[in-house]
Design a protein around this ligand. Structure first.
Ligand SMILES: Nc1ccn([C@@H]2O[C@H](COP(=O)(O)OP(=O)(O)OP(=O)(O)O)[C@@H](O)[C@H]2O)c(=O)n1
Ligand SMILES: O=C(CO)[C@H](O)[C@H](O)COP(=O)(O)O
Length: 439
């Protein structure tokens, strides 16, 4: 029967990126423990493999430790599991070299019910190590053995309580269960000579995702029997349960946000598009020259420039998936345009894995306006930058200085400004946000 205040199980953490849990749906599906304690009426623990190096994503930091809005990715996943009170223990497999970092993350974000074990050389080996810590018969077991164990990748941060309830409930009944999604592309089989052999009927196949859940005895038995080849090359825990315990997993349709971080999030073309926003229709003089140089600089790197003169609806820009903005301000001390742009960007869903970069370009006619006066005006940008960084928007400033009577120097400074803008957009350096670079 359904009892218990599910809504109180998972309060939305203030300031959290995670959407509020769909408790209502969980309530409809999930049985509670006897006595009204919320959660499936069995002891549940989770194993989180987090010992990979993230080769496909690239970069020196394994993807589970990459910062997302300043917080390591794994901390979001832990937060998502930890707010489900009926998951009693969370065992995380981490390599020895990252153990201290993981401890620091647990301490900094006050994660609870977490036990660390050493990761193995492959995902399956890491999971096996996690299971051993929960197995009563193992010398390294430290924790109570659960009836059901959830296995979930550290790099799938958006797991919600309702899907956890579904897989745990199904595992209780079937021995094993896993989330699935429709296939996004058709799977084909090539022949040895590189020609099409077969094309699978997409409607008949599914992508296997995480979380998965198992009766502990089933999955632990499967891991203890499986071959070195399985542990080395296997990619599917549900398959181990089938192969070694004849347990046919129940498949549960999961939501689209169960995805895993694999490669860089954005297709190159989208991430490279640049939108230039102007506060004037005028395109003569240094503005026109800057536009020309920018087009050339950015085009060289395979980008396209959209010019949006004043008066055009900025909404159109926000609807598009643009991640690079150059805001050219010609009106002295006027932050109107950039404020409008930042407001619009803020209302857009934050891009978690790729910051939006905005370069605010200003001009200083040093014969007519004093440098210190202009700097004082532009200091405001620092506060803007700090605010919007919270939303993964990186704001930079560029000041192009000129004197009316030295056209050659103006052109040179504009060229330098354009190359600073290009580097800022390309590098997306978090440390330079709010800084004003002078050309
Ligand atoms: N020896 C390993 C390899 C992987 N994992 C974990 O298994 C999950 C899913 O694996 P995958 O996406 O393949 O991660 P990586 O192996 O890090 O990535 P890549 O395959 O691109 O190297 C990740 O949380 C990863 O840290 C693990 O615990 N131990
Ligand atoms: O998704 C999985 C686990 O998370 C896969 O089962 C397995 O680890 C292979 O991963 P990938 O599809 O990223 O190669």
């Amino acid at each position: 029967g359904i009892q218990g205040p599910w809504a109180s199980v998972s309060p939305t953490v203030k300031g959290s990126l995670l959407p509020p849990p769909r408790d209502q749906r969980a309530m409809e599906r999930g049985p509670t423990r006897d006595g009204g304690e919320p959660g499936p009426a069995v002891a549940v623990a989770a194993v989180l493999p987090a010992g990979g190096c993230g080769e496909r994503l690239g970069g020196p930091t394994p993807k589970q430790f990459c910062p997302v809005l300043g917080r390591p990715l794994i901390s979001y996943t832990l937060q998502a599991l930890q707010r489900v009170s009926w998951i009693k223990d969370i065992v995380v497999a981490v390599t020895s070299e990252n153990m201290d970092m993981m401890r620091a993350i647990i301490h900094q974000y006050q994660h609870q019910r977490v036990t660390l074990v050493e990761a193995g050389a492959t995902r399956h080996r890491s999971i096996f190590n996690g299971l051993k810590a929960l197995a009563g018969d193992h010398p390294h077991s430290k924790l109570p053995t659960p009836t059901v164990v959830i296995i979930h990748d550290a790099v799938r941060p958006f797991v919600e309580e309702d899907v956890l309830v579904s897989v745990v409930t199904a595992a209780k009944d079937h021995g094993a269960a896993g989330a699935i999604r429709p296939l996004v592309s058709t799977v084909i089989t090539p022949s040895a000579d590189g020609c099409l052999d077969q094309s699978l009927d997409r409607a008949k196949h599914r992508a296997s995702e995480m979380p998965q859940a198992f009766l502990f005895d089933v999955i632990y038995r499967a891991y203890r029997q499986c071959s070195d080849h399985d542990l080395e090359f296997g990619t599917e825990c549900l398959h181990l349960a089938l192969k070694y315990c004849h347990t046919k997993a129940k498949l549960v349709e999961g939501p689209p946000d169960l995805w895993k971080v694999r490669r860089k999030a954005l297709p190159y073309k989208i991430s490279q598009q640049v939108c230039v926003v102007m506060d004037t229709k005028e395109d003569a003089g240094c503005i026109g020259f800057l536009q020309g140089v920018l087009k050339k600089e950015l085009e060289v790197k395979g980008t396209s420039v959209t010019l949006c003169p004043n008066g055009q609806d900025l909404q159109k820009i926000f609807l598009g998936e643009c991640y690079n903005f150059v805001c050219i301000n010609t009106t002295s001390a006027d932050f109107h345009q950039i404020t409008k742009l930042l407001d619009g960007l803020e209302s857009r869903t934050p891009s978690l894995f790729y910051p939006v970069a905005v370069v605010s370009v200003h001009f200083l006619d040093s014969q007519n306006v004093s440098f210190s006066e202009r700097m004082k005006e532009l200091m405001e940008m620092k506060d803007f930058a700090k605010e919007v960084k919270e939303r993964n928007i990186f704001l930079y400033g560029v000041l192009v200085c000129f004197t009316q009577d030295n056209l050659q120097q103006l052109h040179e400074n504009v060229r330098q400004g354009a190359s600073i803008i290009t580097s800022l957009l390309k590098d997306r350096n978090a440390g330079l946000t709010g800084q004003l670079l002078i050309a």
